[in-house]
Ligand binder design. Structure first.
Ligand code: ADP
Ligand code: MG
Length: 251
């Protein structure tokens, strides 16, 4: 079997905000096509890590490097990182009344096409593409015509995030607590969409507290964050033990 390509490499990362150290000496390596789950108590630094990888300007990288497809993206602008192929799905996607979902999606799509010096799509061609893509990942195309996230249920907002990463063909998708605010049925639908989206060319980081999500998705690796560092890494049994014994288990 061919050795899989390294997609994300984080070396000795130290991050602070307002002079407060949040991430300390963190290392993480992820190969293309893998699914990694990151768990950990509230305040352990999971969302900070997700935001730093995506280039959020609020956080200062004091030390260390982040490589995406062997390219140094440390301190890059968020737009550049997104165009390179990294997608961050938000825990609470914002509602934008008056902006139609399909217009928003097309503008995100076309801006990436321009960046890649590829053809942009007119509204009708994009509508065809978005409809096909929605069906592929089991999302009802009717909400393409609604205002962005306005009045969307929790599950619909999360599905819209999956539709975005699918249209953008994002190669590394970071999903921060995609399970939050979802009932069991909505969670199952989201899982189905994620599974339809996932293929050997894309990689997913799932940030979650929820054992059920780990059960459904079956990630290749599970990492536990504690006080700004990955304290322990393992397979899905690690998540099972955390669920059973609590985060005390890592001690
Ligand atoms: P998690 O996602 O694991 O719950 P966070 O990354 O959100 O953890 O937060 C980690 C720590 O960093 C917390 O102590 C939090 O208060 C702090 N933190 C995160 N963002 C900021 C910020 N913008 N300003 C001040 N402190 C922050
Ligand atoms: Mg968080």
């Amino acid at each position: 079997m061919e050795k899989s390509e390294k997609i994300l490499q984080i070396n000795d990362l130290n991050v602070s905000v307002d002079n407060k150290m949040i991430i300390k000496n963190l290392n993480l390596n992820i190969n293309q096509g893998e699914i990694h789950a990151i768990m950990g108590k509230n305040g352990s630094g999971k969302s900070t890590l997700a935001k730093v990888i995506s280039g959020h300007p609020l956080y200062t990288i004091n030390k260390g490097k982040i490589f995406f497809k062997n390219k140094d993206i440390t301190n890059q602008q968020p737009e550049v990182i997104a165009h390179e192929g990294i997608f961050l799905g938000f825990q609470y996607p914002v509602e934008v009344p008056g902006v139609s979902n399909i217009d928003f999606l097309r503008s995100a799509y076309n801006s990436k096409q321009i960046k890649l010096k590829k053809d942009i799509l007119d509204p009708l061609s994009f509508f065809d593409l978005a409809t096909k893509e929605s069906q592929k990942i089991k999302i009802n195309p009717t909400f393409l015509n609604r205002s962005l996230n306005e009045g969307f249920s929790g599950g619909e907002k999360k599905k819209n995030e999956i539709l975005q990463m699918s249209l953008l063909k994002s190669e590394l998708c970071i999903l921060d607590e995609i399970d939050s605010g979802l009932d069991v049925d909505a969670l199952k639908e989201i899982v189905e969409s994620i599974k339809k989206f996932h293929n050997p060319n894309n990689t997913i980081i799932l940030i979650t507290h929820y054992q059920k999500l780990i059960d459904y998705i079956q990630p290749n690796y599970v990492h536990i964050m504690h006080e700004g560092n990955i304290k322990i890494s393992g397979n899905k049994d690690l998540a099972f033990n955390i669920d059973k014994y609590g985060y005390e288990y890592i001690k």
